[in-house]
Design a protein around this ligand. Sequence first.
Ligand code: SAH
Length: 370
Amino acid sequence: MNAPLRPSAWGLLPDEWKPLCKELGLPPFRAAQIVTGLYQTFALSWNDITTLPAEWRERLSQAFDLAPLEIAHIQHAGDDVRKLLLRCQDGECVETVMIPSKGRLTQCISTQVGCNFRCAFCASGQRGCVRSLTAGEMVGQVMAACQLMRADQQAVGVPATDGAASRSPGTKPSLPRPGNIVVMGMGEPFDNYDNVLRALRILNDQKGINIGARHITLSTCGVVPGILRLAEEGIQFELSVSLHAPDDDLRSHLMPVNRRWPVAELITACRAYFEKTGRIVTFEYTLVKDLNDRPQHADALIRLLRGMPCKVNLIPLSPVEGFDGERPSDRDCLAFLDRLLKAKLATTLRKSRGKDVDAACGQLRLRTLA
Ligand code: SAH
């Protein structure tokens, strides 16, 4: 029989533990011990927080789940990229990808099981959205990665610095953690706005996982009200917008969301985001052979974005079943890049990482479900 579902301890902001302790009848100073246990000693169960009386560990374990999401499957790629399939308490699985680069780790996290938006080349939406993830499940993906990073460190002999008792107050957390978070896994973050924002605040919190806002990037398929709302949050998260086409005809063909919020409205919202936050928006543009990678597409993109403070990130298509588009040749990708650079658009061509682990959104889950 399955244990009843309990809320995840990872879904609470560090400052929420104090009032909660009061509610539960625990002295408020216990809140600091819980937060230290969660984020500094990286407890894997309530019993690991030995500063708490045994009776309270038991009571808390009945009220809150504390395990990171269960790692159901790990796929390794030649370039050190690891893609994890993680199992939630109710058995649903989500993907997260760990991408090492220049001594830092970027983690790509999911926000929903599946996706409602059905972009033509994205595997996540092929079966619709099963459900949105809770904040605890999103933070739980990061905790699962932290767990692996710690195992990696131990494997190469870096001493584990467990135990807050052995450190003086104010010491930096010992928990190895990703340097960057990109919300680019399965799901549309603005279709699960409140939970996503809560998760990102926990990841960003200095008493929590402590990842700077500028190291956290949200990617949207173009949900305009979400962009405008994020602009008002007063946090400088980085925003990426999946554009993929320079005009409404082509974009609506690739991304049904464009029928609801067309290109002009989307660009206006991106300008507003920049004006409000001072953060430059990045436009993601997946290159598909002959469909959106021709010189005329590059020129239309240049006209669309001219004069706007922004960056463009070109991503060669990662082929998926169910979409018959192909990845352009390296030469065509470079030609597209050159055209944009010559027009003074800040553009990068992303080297696809983790290609051999089906690292594009939703591919691992689909393969495992099949
Ligand atoms: N829903 C959000 C975040 C998830 S998708 C969004 O749409 O932005 C993250 C990025 O991967 C998006 O830019 C998406 O269009 C892109 N993507 C999805 N499938 C892909 C594929 N097969 N090849 C290349 N990029 C893909």
